[in-house]
Structure formats: C-alpha cells, structure tokens
Design a protein around this ligand. Structure first.
Ligand SMILES: [Zn+2]
Length: 283
C-alpha cells in the first residue's frame, strides 16, 4: 500500500490573486461573499485533482487529504465529489487543526507528503497573501530555527515522511526548501514575474511536476524528527501575552513572545495552539 498524504491550503491556489482575493474567503465566515463558491473552490479543486490524478497514475493507491483552509468551518473548500474515489479525508471535527489526531490516522510510514495551495510566510517578498498561520496576531513562529507557517506545520507533523512536492505561490517554496532541500517545487503563480495563469493552464504543470517528483522518489528526503524541539512564537505589535501563573509545559512568556520546548514535533505544534489562550489585544 502506497499512502500519499496531501495537505491543502487555498491562498496559494492557481487563479487566485490580489485582484480576486475574495475567492479565498469562506462563505461560513463571509456569507455575503459569493466568489468563494462560484470561483475559488474550483481553483483549489483543480490543483488538488492534478496532484491526485498524477499520483494515481504513478501507482499511489491510497490518498489521505487534509483541507486546512478556514479550519473550523464545516464545508470543505475542495469540491470533494470531483476527486478520485481513492481519496479519503482525515476524520476531524469541522476540519480542526488537530495535528496528533491527523498523524495518528495516517500509516506509520506513509509513502510521501505533498503540500498544495500553499502561500508564503509573513514577511516573505513577492508573495500573494503572505502570513504565518494567522497574522495578526502571529508575527512569526520558529521551531529549531525554522520559521514555520502552514507548510512547516504540515511537514513537521509528518516528519520522517518523504516530502515529495510543494505546489503554490513561487514565494512559498522558500519555506518548503528549508524543511527539505530536495522537495519538488511546482509554481502556479509568481508575483515577481507577474505570471498569473488560470487553473486550466497550471493543471498540466502540476500533473507533470508531481509525476516527476514521484519518479525521483529515491532522491526525496524527509524533515527529520528531532527529540528536542525549541519553539518561539512572536506576536505582532498590537498584541501581547498575558502569562498564566503556572502552566504544565517547559517555557516562558515575555510581552510579545512565548518560548517552549518539547520532545517531539506533534507536541510542539499542539502547544502552539495552547499559547493562543494567553494572547490579548493591547488597549
Ligand atoms: Zn489558508
């Protein structure tokens, strides 16, 4: 059994640019916005379908998909009825970001990981919709010196799993390459080069890129598990931490940063969400 893990976001999907950015805004949060349903969903669906079709044609026989954009909203961004029948979804309440539960549902040794629809981190140049998980309040998040956003969370959750490809905004590849230097980078839009193709134009590019990545499997590497994860979460200026009197992990708070350490990536990522209980907006 060759199990492929696909983790999808949406800001880095084909066909979604500054000029039509509403396409990313989920209807459950923005009920007045029609573009998500009429256009945006088809964009990310086309990209994910290209990944699934290439993977299936290359002999992958099990695909587990996590659609993480607007986690907490019930409806998937991806039009699931358009995907091949071998695609299964992670079982999560309202697609919540529960990394341990996600890792636990996958095989012990999945064949590989692909990230798709990915955007760049907060602060990256020439990026569409750059942010780190949610900016504000998050300015940056580091695990063992790597600035981790949605790509980093996904790859670290699946540490030791070969990271095959990243599909997204050209500026998103910098994070992917820091995690695994041999990852195949498939660009679907590039702000620096003013290249804004349609999903129909990028579908064959994604299909060819994923096929090539799987052919090059022996050269693919994983982000290695570390049994000492040093974490640092920094806030944007208008937010601060209100530190609790005591807490059950090893760490510290200052006005705008929280630091902690853990023995594995899953715990490091879970604690990231615990820190949110102590973030408040400055008066
Ligand atoms: Zn997103």
């Amino acid at each position: 059994m060759k199990q492929l893990i696909i983790i999808a976001d949406m800001e880095g999907a084909s066909g979604i640019f500054d000029s039509n950015c509403e396409a990313c805004l989920h209807e459950e949060v923005y009920p007045q916005n029609a573009l998500w349903r009429s256009y945006g969903r088809a964009c990310i669906t086309s990209d994910v379908l290209a990944v699934c079709n290439a993977a299936t044609d290359m002999g992958i026989d099990d695909i587990l998909l996590y659609d993480m954009h607007y986690a907490g909203c019930k409806e998937s961004n991806i039009e699931l009825d358009k995907l091949p029948s071998i695609v299964r979804l992670f079982d999560l309440p309202d697609r919540s970001i529960m990394w341990s539960r996600i890792r636990g549902q996958a095989a012990i040794e999945p064949y590989g990981l692909v990230t798709v629809g990915q955007h760049a981190r907060n602060g990256e140049a020439n990026a569409y919709f750059a942010h780190t998980i949610h900016t504000p309040p998050i300015q940056s998040f580091y695990i063992n010196g790597i600035h981790v956003a949605e790509i980093g969370e996904s790859v670290m959750c699946f540490c030791d799993v070969p990271y095959l490809a990243n599909v997204g905004c050209a500026a998103s590849h910098r994070e992917a390459l820091e995690l695994s230097p041999n990852v195949t980078c498939i660009t679907v839009k590039d702000k620096l080069r003013k290249w804004e193709p349609t999903p129909t134009e990028t579908y064959p590019i994604i299909y060819a890129g994923i096929s090539a990545a799987i052919k090059d499997y022996s050269n693919k590497t994983a982000y290695p598990h570390s049994d000492r994860c040093i974490c640092e979460l920094n806030l944007t200026e208008e937010y601060r931490f209100r530190a609790p009197d005591n807490f059950p992990w090893k760490g510290e708070f200052t006005d705008r940063s929280a630091t902690w350490e853990s023995h594995d990536e899953e715990t490091a990522l879970s604690l990231f969400w615990r820190m949110h209980d102590y973030i408040e907006k400055r008066m």
